[in-house]
Each structure stands twice: as structure tokens, then as C-alpha cells.
Design a binder for this molecule. Structure first.
Ligand code: FAD
Length: 259
């Protein structure tokens, strides 16, 4: 039985900033997501500087010159819609169905998840809940339960395949058997999911799921997501810090919650 102990987060896509050839402005951030957010914010006030060359005779103002200062001010003034122009897709693996059940509640993210109706789960792995330590009695109870559910999945799959053998479509036969057999798999069954979202939506997930009240496995994911995004776009996620609470739990904190 394969046991997953940590989530694996892989960055699949980032944006490319092409700029507008007729506008004489380029930011100083090497990160497209940060530049497009800055561009969008500047458009609101035409603060590209007096030489940007917009059509229509508008008066252009200079505004802040560095991306760092610009986005810090966006966070401070809670102009959060500007952050929605920065978008990434991530592959998340090594997480449980229990975790993704919580993750998919975030309505501003887009999801594509491994289907237990199409995919044979006879060899599925299980995600060890972070509260369970290996070598303990709790671990043995958990391991036995996962192994048993896997045996029952396989037995049920074989029975239902037999039961629907006259179904003319092979795809339908497989789907009917797998969608039935999956009902005995536990919440701990490992799953894989592609998630796409903008900086504002990702920030919301990191704040809510990185807090002390969040479930332990998803809090661990929130911290893993934060590490990816802080490396990817430090100006959009650099305000977050990891703090240990008096009860020893690592949580995410910021002065700009809910932007
Ligand atoms: C510690 C914890 C415990 C939880 N326990 C439970 C539980 O017991 N049962 C349960 O069912 N869920 C539970 N949830 C899930 C929770 O209720 C939310 O569904 C989930 O956290 C998604 O967050 P969100 O509602 O902020 O919405 P998101 O979908 O992430 O949206 C982000 C924001 O957009 C706005 N928004 C989105 N959609 C709408 C809308 N239709 N109308 C108005 N504004 C909108 C809101 O401001 C929202 O905060 C829990 C979550 C946490 C963090």
C-alpha cells in the first residue's frame, strides 16, 4: 500500500506579459503576474507617467515608480480586484479526497480532478493524516483500515463487473463498476487535481486554510502553496509570514487579510 506523507505542488503555468506597444511604459518587475497587476492598477488612474502617449489627450500622472511600492500600496488600500489579473495553474498531488472536498468549495478557482469513475483505483495510495505518527497504534489502525478498504474495493469491482457484463459499451461497463466500487474507499484516498486561479483567489485560500482553525492537512497544503507563490511572485505574496502559535501550530499571518 502506497502512503503519501506530503502534498506535491507543481507550478504548471505562469503568465507572459507582452505589454501594449503603443503605450510607453514597462514596469521593473521580472514577474509577468506582478507587471500585469501593476499595469491594470495604473490604467485606473492613467498613472503611467507623462510620456506614456495615450490617445485622447488625457493628462497622465507619474505615480509610484517601483512595482514593489505599487503593489504594496494596492494591498494597503485594498484594491484587490487588481490582483485578479495575475493567474497561475498548479498541479496538486499527494492530497486526500477529504482535502479536495474542502478545496473545491473555493468558487473563484477552477478545477480538474482525477475521476474515480474513469480511473481504476485498485492500486490507489492513501494520504497519512498529519496527526497520525508512524509506528503508533493509531497508525496501525489507520493502515489496516486503508488496506481493508482496498481489498473490498477490488472485490466489489470484480462483482459489479460481472453484474454488468452484458452492458454493450466497454466504457460504460468500466464506469458502472468503478463508480460503485469507489463508494468503499475512504476519505484518505489519494487524488490529483489541477487548480487555476488568480492572486486574489489564491490569497483567500492561503488565509482561510492557513489559519489555526483549518484542518491540518489543508493547512499544510496552504503553507506549501504559499512557498510556491512567494518564490513566484514575492510582491503579491510577500506580506505573508509563518508564525507558530502558543500551541505549536504553524499558521499564516498577514497585515492585509481579505484584500
Ligand atoms: C475552518 C473552516 C471550517 C469550515 N467548516 C465547514 C463546515 O462545517 N461545513 C461547510 O459546509 N463548510 C465549511 N467550511 C467551508 C466554508 O464554509 C466555505 O465554503 C469555504 O471556506 C470557501 O470559502 P468562502 O465562502 O470564503 O468562499 P470562496 O468561494 O473562496 O469565495 C471567496 C469570497 O468571494 C465571495 N463570494 C463567493 N461566492 C459568493 C456568493 N455566492 N455570494 C456572495 N459572496 C460570494 C465571498 O466574499 C467569499 O469569501 C469551513 C471552512 C473553514 C476554513
Amino acid at each position: 500500500m502506497h502512503v503519501f506523507r506530503e502534498p506535491r505542488v507543481t507550478l504548471l503555468t505562469r503568465q507572459q506579459y507582452l505589454g501594449a506597444p503603443h503605450i510607453q511604459w514597462s514596469g521593473d518587475s521580472p514577474v509577468a503576474a506582478e507587471t500585469v497587476a501593476e499595469f491594470a492598477g495604473r490604467l485606473c488612474y492613467l498613472s503611467f507617467g507623462p510620456d506614456a502617449g495615450f490617445e485622447g489627450g488625457h493628462k497622465l500622472i507619474a505615480g509610484r515608480t517601483r512595482n514593489h511600492d505599487y503593489l504594496a500600496n494596492i494591498l494597503r488600500t485594498r484594491h484587490g480586484s487588481v490582483l485578479e489579473h495575475a493567474v497561475w495553474s498548479l498541479l496538486i498531488e499527494g492530497v486526500s479526497r477529504a482535502l479536495t472536498h474542502e478545496l473545491v468549495r473555493h468558487r473563484h478557482l477552477s478545477f480538474s480532478q482525477l475521476s474515480q469513475r474513469y480511473v481504476d483505483e485498485s492500486e490507489v495510495g492513501f494520504v497519512l493524516p498529519p496527526e497520525i505518527e508512524e509506528g503508533t497504534e493509531a497508525f496501525e489502525i489507520w493502515r489496516r483500515s486503508c488496506e481493508r478498504s482496498l481489498e473490498e474495493y477490488r472485490a466489489l469491482l470484480a462483482r459489479i463487473e460481472q453484474q454488468v457484463k452484458d452492458e454493450p459499451s466497454a466504457t460504460q461497463r468500466r464506469k458502472r463498476a468503478r463508480q460503485t466500487a469507489r463508494s468503499v474507499l475512504p476519505n484518505a484516498a489519494e487524488t490529483k487535481i489541477v487548480v487555476t486561479g488568480n492572486a486574489r483567489a489564491w490569497r483567500h485560500v492561503i488565509e482561510l486554510r492557513g489559519a489555526e482553525g483549518a484542518e491540518t492537512e489543508i493547512r499544510r497544503l496552504a503553507i506549501a502553496l504559499l512557498r510556491v507563490f512567494q518564490a513566484e511572485a514575492p510582491e503579491l505574496f510577500g506580506d505573508y509570514r509563518l508564525v507558530r502559535t502558543p500551541s505549536g501550530v504553524e499558521v499564516v499571518e498577514t497585515d492585509f487579510r481579505g484584500v
